[in-house]
Design a protein around this ligand. Structure first.
Ligand SMILES: [Ca+2]
Ligand SMILES: [Ca+2]
Ligand SMILES: [Ca+2]
Ligand SMILES: [Ca+2]
Length: 297
């Protein structure tokens, strides 16, 4: 197969209205990312490719194309990470007009990594962003649910790319950081952390000064391709709970945030609590916590 001939022009996000349909002469218009325009469908899957042994090679930084021949079709792609760094894996289907609902599994058997993504943010397509060790990686793409069909309307694009760190933070969490021994934030206003173990809780101690009683906390994780499902808890040193949120209650945002208008001066304890499955541990499950203190409006 090739790219579906019925594929409508796709917004290539470079500010013009044409699509980059001619892969031999990528659009030279300005690009939001500062990176060269992506080449689309320079690689197409080669069936059969259901397993890691017959995977299609996926060059980095290239949007490759595949199609589900029927609802049981599984497509496996293989690539190599040669240098430690942030890795992004995106699979688009819905976003480019496909009928397919997808589930994506990223694995690196030698590294003991297996992570499944089926959506990100408010979109039904899948995106993974994680700090990656060097080694061979596989992306397995299948359809989700039994009502799926196959054929030319059931296509997708997959991209594996090296990435800058998706967030900048002042400090990194230091495990162990249980409730009884929280990490002191000091002047830091943002922390990078991850889910180190099953039911991980990361606790931070924040000094609330007189005159800045409004405390706002926000976690960014799933919105940027982390698979971490986190909740936030705020309590006094004495044990009184001042606030709690969870992703289930977060409304329009998947990642939790909390705003407390009048916190007494003194130390508060901030807990970032893993709510995912017990196996949701390791590099794909990271978060950034940001903290702000303001005066009464
Ligand atoms: Ca296929
Ligand atoms: Ca296949
Ligand atoms: Ca942790
Ligand atoms: Ca911890």
């Amino acid at each position: 197969m090739g790219c579906p001939p019925t594929l409508e022009p796709v917004d290539d996000k470079d500010g013009d209205t044409d699509a980059d349909t001619d892969v031999s002469a990528p659009d030279s218009g300005p690009d939001d990312t500062g990176l060269p325009p992506l080449v689309r469908c320079a690689v197409t899957e080669v069936e059969p490719n259901a397993t890691t042994t017959d995977a299609t090679a996926l060059p980095r930084e290239v949007r490759a194309c595949g199609q589900f021949t029927d609802r049981f079709d599984v497509d496996t792609w293989a690539f190599e990470v040669v240098q430690e760094g942030w890795l992004g894996v995106e699979v688009d289907a819905y976003a480019i007009g496909s009928e397919a609902d997808i589930t994506v599994t990223l694995s690196s058997p030698g590294l003991g990594l297996t992570v499944v993504a089926s959506s990100w943010g408010q979109l039904p397509d899948a995106r993974l962003m994680l700090p990656a060790q060097p080694g061979p990686y596989f992306v397995s793409i299948r359809q989700e649910g039994s009502r799926q069909m196959g054929g030319e309307d059931y296509f997708y694009e997959v991209l594996a790319s090296a990435s800058k760190p998706p967030v900048e933070t002042d400090i990194r969490e230091a495990e162990p950081n249980p409730l009884g021994s929280p990490q002191v934030l000091g002047a830091a206003r943002s922390v990078f952390g991850d889910v180190d173990a099953s039911a991980d809780e990361d606790w931070f101690a924040l000094e609330v000064p007189v005159g800045l009683p409004t405390l706002r906390l926000a976690v960014v994780a799933e919105a940027l391709g982390s698979q971490a499902d986190m909740a936030l808890v705020v309590r006094t040193v004495g044990g009184t709970e001042l606030g709690r949120t969870s992703t289930a209650e977060a409304g329009s945002s998947i990642d939790p945030s909390i705003s407390l208008p009048s916190v007494d001066a003194g130390t508060v304890l901030i807990g970032v609590i893993a709510e995912g499955r017990p196996t949701d541990v390791g590099a794909p499950y990271w978060y950034a916590l940001s903290v702000s203190l303001e005066g009464t409006p």
